[in-house]
Design a protein around this ligand. Structure first.
Ligand code: ADP
Ligand code: MG
Length: 452
């Protein structure tokens, strides 16, 4: 049999593609095969908590992944490896515990083989706020009448903000409404691999037939098509087929088409040719709503204090919010009580990253570059029209994203009075409500600022 390390690495590849990043990171890191005994794999885990969780929720799946590599594997036992402690045998009574995984609704392992859709992704219970309302509305419209108004639908935004969730939901809802519609969800990496394999095996025609037979094609993470010239070309033709036949296409990407490097011009213009919707980071209120919604579906409701603490401190993305909330709910479950705020703090201290140090200089540099003006002018007194607006945008970003005080912003940007800064921020806020160009500009600026 292959060595332990290789075997587990291979199994982890399969596991990783089937569980969310948050769960993968929480439960599978620091695991390894310690030995094999007559077809039974002894899997080393860091603590009892992880062991119980793996046994309870992932056991069958782990076994299946291992058996896919070696059929003679008969079982898996979990052994706690504490630094150099001796391995301890697994606790027997755990089998009798109720299925916590079910209570948390983490049924992510059930992926339909035909369309690759995971039925857990639906718009029911999906939290909508300013940060994602456009994407949500567009998705609803596509679900209502696929292939008509918004074709293609292109959803973009940072990691863990709900892109996969929304585009998979589109597939699931269309499927529910019309069982005859053939839908296919594919991450762009898988599309690339499929294409390359078909070329190597002289199966180009079968590949074309396969990808042309659906009514709805959903492709995730198209930023990975960067540099893949041949695959891009294939997608271009495939796109035309869908478009011309009024069949719906949905794309997601972590950046707008314009910023995907080495993307063929004609494909970029196709991506941009339908509806583009940006998902921003959720603000505090939205983070609170997401946590409350997720907590409601589990048996344990963390205290308000805990939820507010998490919403305030975990700002990066929804996946992280979810991961942390899951660990807390798990701990509550095993301890059979709510955690104190102290316990919550110590549990999540690794998730709280120091805020990215973005200086005023970073903001002015990006804004100046974006509007093609001389950065120096932003710091000067000049009231030239082409400078006033960008300067107001700098002020707005410093206030909104970094909570910088009004007087400080004023002092740094040309020694202005704090009331000027307040006026500028309010003005941009108002303009954003009605000016789509400005909204789009700000999205781009923030992407440039934060995605580096
Ligand atoms: P992305 O594809 O943008 O990286 P995902 O779609 O994988 O992000 O979302 C990360 C996690 O957050 C998923 O578990 C998803 O169900 C959850 N999620 C994202 N947006 C929302 C939302 N608005 N309401 C509830 N859950 C959400
Ligand atoms: Mg995704």
């Amino acid at each position: 049999m292959v060595d332990n390390k290789k075997l587990w690495e291979q199994a982890l590849v399969e596991i990783e593609t089937n569980v969310s990043q948050a769960n993968f990171g929480t439960w599978f890191k620091n695991t390894n095969i310690v030995n094999q005994d007559a077809g039974v794999i002894h899997l080393g885990v860091p603590n009892a908590f992880v062991r119980d969780w793996l046994l309870n929720k992932y056991h069958k799946f782990i076994l299946k992944s291992l058996r896919n590599i070696h059929q003679e594997i008969r079982g898996v036992e979990y052994i706690i490896i504490k630094n150099d402690d001796k391995a301890k045998p697994p606790r027997e009574d755990f089998y009798n515990k109720p299925q916590l995984g079910d209570q948390l609704g983490l049924n992510e392992l059930y992926i339909n083989r035909e369309d690759n859709l995971n039925p857990k992704y639906l718009l029911d219970g999906f939290v909508v706020g300013q940060f994602n309302e456009l994407a949500h509305a567009a998705a609803q419209s596509v679900i209502k009448s696929p292939g008509t108004n918004y074709n293609p639908l292109f959803i973009y935004g940072g990691t863990g903000l709900g892109k996969t969730h929304i585009i998979q939901s589109i597939g699931n809802h269309i499927k529910k409404n019309n069982i005859n519609k053939k839908i296919y969800y594919v991450p762009s990496e898988k599309f690339t691999v499929d294409y390359v394999n078909s070329m190597q095996n002289n199966k180009g025609i079968a590949f074309k037939e396969k990808y042309r037979k659906y009514d709805v094609l959903i492709m995730d993470d198209v930023q990975f098509l960067s540099n893949k010239e041949r695959t891009q070309e294939e997608l271009f033709h495939l796109f035309n087929h869908y478009y011309e036949n009024n069949k719906q296409i949905v794309f997601s990407s972590d950046k707008p088409p314009k910023h995907i490097p080495n993307l063929e011009e004609r494909l970029r213009s196709r991506f941009e040719g339908g509806m583009m919707a940006f998902i921003a980071k959720p603000d505090y209120e939205a983070r609170l709503a997401i946590l409350r919604a997720k907590a409601k579906t589990s048996n344990f409701t963390p205290s308000n204090e805990t939820i507010e603490y998490l919403a305030l401190n975990i700002e990066e993305n929804i996946r992280e919010l979810e991961g942390v909330l899951n660990s807390i709910i798990c701990q509550c479950y095993f301890k059979k009580r709510n955690l104190s705020l102290m316990e919550v703090k110590s549990l999540i201290k690794n998730n709280i990253k120091p805020k990215k140090a973005v200086s005023i200089k970073n903001v002015t540099a990006v804004v100046a570059e974006f509007y093609n003006i001389d950065e120096k002018t932003l710091y000067e007194k000049t009231r030239r029209k082409e400078v006033v607006k960008p300067r107001q945008i700098v002020m707005y970003i410093l206030r909104e994203d970094f909570n910088t005080s009004y007087p400080y912003i004023g002092q740094k940007l040309g020694g202005r009075d704090h009331t000027t800064v307040i006026y500028a921020c309010d003005k941009i806020k108002e303009d954003l409500k009605k000016n789509e160009v400005l909204t789009h500009d700000l999205e781009q600026i923030r992407l440039l600022l934060y995605n580096e």
